[in-house]
Design a binder for this molecule. Structure first.
Ligand SMILES: Cc1cc2nc3c(=O)[nH]c(=O)nc-3n(C[C@H](O)[C@H](O)[C@H](O)COP(=O)(O)OP(=O)(O)OC[C@H]3O[C@@H](n4cnc5c(N)ncnc54)[C@H](O)[C@@H]3O)c2cc1C
Length: 379
């Protein structure tokens, strides 16, 4: 076991830090206000190779291991959790194809990402969040024509309004339920496919979150990923794979808040001394630092287990849940250490606190993560 990054990883880390310093940090406040990423940012990210980090070498990608990918997302999370979320959504939406797709589907999807394309993963619906089996989007098979017709509405989809390709879960059974859940690839320009309302969110505002509407969207059979009814297994495997990456964005966010609060506490003086000299402030900082380190280690362990191809659902859930809770508590404490200035939009930590909340909600709420962990313990 080696906790140090190798030369190649350190170089990559430096490159991402540089990208964050030049392209993200100067625009964070503007992006937050505008509720969207700076125009052209995703193109620059694509040119830096940040949109296809999960693409294997055999499909023309960088073939990175999960620990390295998590390191990249942590650096992006330090800059802006919203931008990091948008980029990580590409990995989330590609995982189902890498898990269960045909060679042709993998090639098509990976080529798109290699060329700077954006993807979206669409499972959630207005009536189906934590309960994925409640998906009511219908996929009706026409065996003669060799097509599926999709009808339904998806909610809260990251990259929903800006993606080129969508991985959509629909039910092939009229009666619904987990057994009919099936994954489909839907290109953006497919007739009947529409982007609905854009969410006006509390945090991660540079990431695009939209509703998707499918009205008689006809796609060929070859766009089905895996077998009919295999969608639930594919979705769960995808979420296992992606959860450590959510954790890594949360770790980056928490680390950035801690760094900012420490710097501020050394400069801010009250009662004739820096607030950092007060033991109660030091205690908060120590707790924050312990949590951030523990969260990072949980993320790295889950990533290592994934790369070793051993069962890691419990560890992935632990990493996501603990890192998300850490991001929430550390950003809240960062605001506390900065007093009124922490609460002001003139300083970056109030945005970090708003951004942190989503970490406990998306890709399975932290209640669902605890269910996953407990189920594994009680097996
Ligand atoms: C900004 C943003 C981006 C998102 N991006 C995507 C995306 O790209 N793709 C996608 O498919 N979805 C996405 N989502 C959806 C997200 O994954 C869901 O919001 C999340 O899974 C929770 O579902 P819900 O909102 O319907 O809450 P609900 O499922 O209605 O849950 C409400 C509350 O009940 C609790 N709860 C529910 N069931 C249980 C249970 N069995 N035991 C204990 N507690 C329970 C929950 O933890 C929560 O506190 C996104 C959401 C947001 C806000």
């Amino acid at each position: 076991m080696d906790f140090a990054f190798n030369e190649e990883q350190l170089e990559l880390q430096e490159m991402v830090r540089d990208f964050v310093a030049k392209e993200i940090t100067p625009n964070v406040s503007e992006m937050d206000k505008n509720n969207e990423a700076t125009p052209g940012l995703m193109k620059k990210a694509a040119d830096m190779g940040l949109l296809n980090v999960v693409v294997p070498e055999e499909f023309g990608g960088p073939g990175l291991d999960s620990v390295t990918i998590a390191m990249i997302y942590e650096e992006l999370g330090k800059g802006c959790a919203g931008v990091a979320t948008s980029m990580a959504a590409n990995s989330l939406a590609t995982a189902p194809v890498l898990i269960a797709g045909t060679e042709e589907q993998k090639k098509m999807y990976c080529d798109l990402l290699n060329n700077g394309g954006l993807a979206a993963f669409a499972l959630t619906e207005p009536g189906a969040g934590s309960d994925a089996g409640g998906v009511s989007t219908r996929a009706v098979h026409d065996k003669e024509k060799g097509t599926y017709t999709l009808n339904g509405t998806k909610a809260f989809i990251t990259n929903g309004g800006i993606a080129d390709i969508y991985l959509i879960f629909a039910n092939t059974r009229a009666s619904g339920g987990i057994r009919g859940l099936t994954a489909f690839i839907v290109p953006r320009n497919t007739p009947g496919f529409k982007v609905g309302k854009k969410e006006d969110k509390m945090g991660i505002r540079p990431s695009n979150t939209c509703e998707l509407i499918l009205e008689n969207v006809v796609i060929p059979e070859k766009n089905r990923v895996g077998r009919e009814g295999e969608g639930f297994r594919i979705a769960m495997k995808t979420l296992d794979a992606a959860r450590p990456f959510v954790g890594s964005v949360a770790v980056g966010l928490a680390q950035a808040a801690l760094d900012y609060a420490v710097k501020y506490a050394k400069e801010r003086r009250q009662f004739g001394q820096p607030v950092a000299s007060f033991e109660m402030v030091q205690g908060m900082m120590a707790d924050m630092a312990m949590k951030v380190d523990a969260a990072r280690l949980l993320v790295q362990r889950a990533c290592m287990m994934r790369d070793q191809h051993v069962e890691f659902s419990k560890e992935a859930a632990m990493a996501k849940c603990y890192a998300a809770d850490t991001a929430m508590s550390v950003t809240t404490d960062a605001v506390q250490i900065m007093g009124g200035y922490g609460y002001s939009r003139e300083y970056p930590v109030e945005k970090m606190m708003r951004d942190a909340k989503i970490m406990q909600i998306y890709e399975g709420t932290n209640q669902i993560q605890r269910l996953v962990i407990a189920n594994k313990l009680l097996r």
